[in-house]
Design a protein around this ligand. Sequence first.
Ligand code: PRX
Length: 651
Amino acid sequence: MSETNLPVNEKFIFNKQDSSGEKLHEEREKSIKNPQDYWAEKAEAIDWFKKWDKVLDDSNEPFYKWFAGGILNISHNTLDRHITTQRKNKLAYIWEGEMGEIKTYTYYQLYREVNKLSKIFKNYGLKKGDRVAVYLPVIPELPITLLATARIGGIHTVIFSGFSAEALADRINDCGAKVLVTADGSFRRGKIVQIKKNADRALEKTPTIEKVIVVKRTCQEIDMKEGRDVWYTDALVAAGGNAYVPPEPMQATDPLFILYTSGTTGKPKGVQHGIGGYSVWAHWTLKWGFNPVDEDIWWCTADIGWITGHTYNVYAPLSLGITSLLFEGTPDFPAKDRWWEMIERHGVTILYTTPTAVRMFMKFGEEWINKHDISTLRILGTVGEPINPEAWKWYFKVIGKEKMPIIDTWWQTETGGFMIAPLAGIDLVPLKPGSATYPLPSIQAEVYDDKGQPVTAGNKGFLVIKSPWPGMLQTLWKDPERFKQTYFGRWENLYYTGDYAVKDKDGYFWLLGRADEVLKVAGHRLGTVEIESALVSHPSVSEAAVMGKEDAVKGEVPVAFIVLRSGFEPSDELRTQLIKHVRTTIGPIATPDEVIIVNKLPKTRSGKIVRRILRAILVSAEIGDMSTLEDASAVDEIKTIYAEIKKKSPK
Ligand code: PRX
C-alpha cells in the first residue's frame, strides 16, 4: 500500500515538555513480558469474592478466558464497596434532563435504587443468565437497570432508543430477553418521541418477553398491556422501600452484557463481554487514559445505548468511584451553547466526546463558547471516528486554551475499552494532532498489508492486535463460528480490527477509518449492508448499493444508489419515501443523505457491484480501470444522472 501523507512534523507538547515516554514504554514492556503477573496485580484494584485460578486461560484460542475461576459481581464493585467508605455520600451521578431538570444520586442512593430494581427482577423470577433488554433514553433508570441486571446475575442488552421497532424486535429475539425496560416516551429537541409505541410494535413479535417495566418520563397517555406492562414506580412500591438483594456471586467468565453492533452482513453482531476481564479493563483504561481524581466531574457525552456509554458512563467511573454527569439531550437544544452552559453549571473538569461534536461546535462559532466560563476543564478526549487535525487543533485551542491534552482514544465495541490512546494516568507523551499515539499496556498493535506482513513505518495497512487483553469480547452471542471468522479468520491468532491505520516512524498510530463495509456516521457504527437490506425491503427497490460519502461535520454519511423494480418510476416523492423507509426500518441515524435512482449498477461479469466506481462518481474522481465491467455504459449513465441531481440541488 502507498505511503500516506501525515502531518508528522507538527508536535504538540504539553506540561511535560521533556517526556520521552520512557515510563509508558516501561509499563508496556512489563505488561507484555509477563501478562499473567501484570494482570494479577492490576486485578487487585477491584474486589473478588474469590480470586481466580488462572489469570488467562488460553487453552481454547481464540475463546480466551480471563480470570478463570474468579468470582465477583460488578454491581458490588461499582456500589457496595464504596458505601462502606467515605464515598458513600459522594455523588455518583449528576443527571440533567433535556428540559433542564437536575437530579443527583449519591453512591448510597444509587445503591438503594439498584437494590429495589434487583428485587423487582427477582420478583419476576429473573435468574442468573437471563437476558434483560433495555430501551431507554439517557435517564438515571438506564444505569440503574444495568446495575440491577448485573446484580442478580442477568445479562443486559441495551438497544439505543433511537433504533426502530424492527431493530428492537430483532435484537430482543436474537438474545431471547425475558424482560424489557422502557419508558412512556423520550424527549428530543423539545418534542416527544414515542418509544413505548415503538416498543409495543416490537413486542408484537417478541414471544420471549414476559414483563415490560415502563418508566414514566413524559407522563403522556400510553397503552399499558394488562398483565405484561407495569409502571416502574408501581413495581418499586411493591418491592418495598428498603429492599436489599445480595449481589449474585458470578464467575469471572460469565457474560455481563450483549451489545449489538454492525458488521459487514445485514445481521448485527451480538458482542458478548464477560464480567471479570471487562471489569478490570474498564477500571484501568479510564484510570490510565484520564486519571480522574476525587474532585473531578467527568462528562462522557455518549448515549448509554453504545459501548462508550456502557464503559465510560457506567462501569468505569463507578468502579473508580468518581462523579459523572449524564445528559439526556442534544448539544444544540434549546441553544447552541447548551454544553458550555452545562460545563459551567456543573463545573465539569473532563470532557470526553466525538470528533463530530467538535466539528459541529467549530461550525457554530466561538461566540457560543465565549458566553460561558469553562475554566474548570482540565482534560479533553475524543472517540468514535478519526479526528482530523483541523478539528483537533480547534478543540485544543478554543476549548482547551492550549493547556490541555487531547486524549484521542481508539477502540471498538468489541475491545471493551480504550486500546490506543495517550495516557495521562501513566505518562503523557508529546501529542500529534490526529494520532491516538501508542497502544495501552498489554496491547500489541501492528499494521499489516493484505498478505499478512507488517508494513514499514509510514505506510497504510490493516490494524491488527497480536495478543489477547482483558477487555476483549468473549464471543458473539450464540455464534462462536462468526466470532472466529470475523475477528480471527483473516490471519490466525491475530485479532482483525477492520480498520486502516498507519504507524509512523516514531511508533505513533494514526487511525484512518474502516477498511470494510462499515460506516461511521457521526461516530455511529452502521453496516452498508443493513441499509441496503432496508432499502430492498421496500416494494419499489430491486437493487441497492450503499456507501459512505465524506461529510464536513458527520465524518461520513450514507449515500444509496438504487435500481427500481419494473413498474416504478423515479420521482422526488419516491426518493423521500425511501429515505423515510430506512428511518423507520433502522432508525434516524441511518438516514441516507442521498438516494440516487439509476437504471443499472456497474457490475463485473460475475455480477459483483463495483463500489469503487460508484465512490469515484460521488467524489468526481477518475473512474480508473473499467475492463472488468459487464456493461461500461452503466457508468456514463450514472455519471449523467448524478450530475443532474447535483445541478438541481448542489450541496
Ligand atoms: O473505525 C474505528 C472507529 O470506530 C470503530 C468502532 O466503532 P464502535 O464499535 O461503534 O465503537 C465506537 C466507540 C469506541 C473503530 O473500528 N473509531 C473509534 N475510535 C476511533 C475510531 N477511529 C479513529 N480514531 C478513534 N479514536
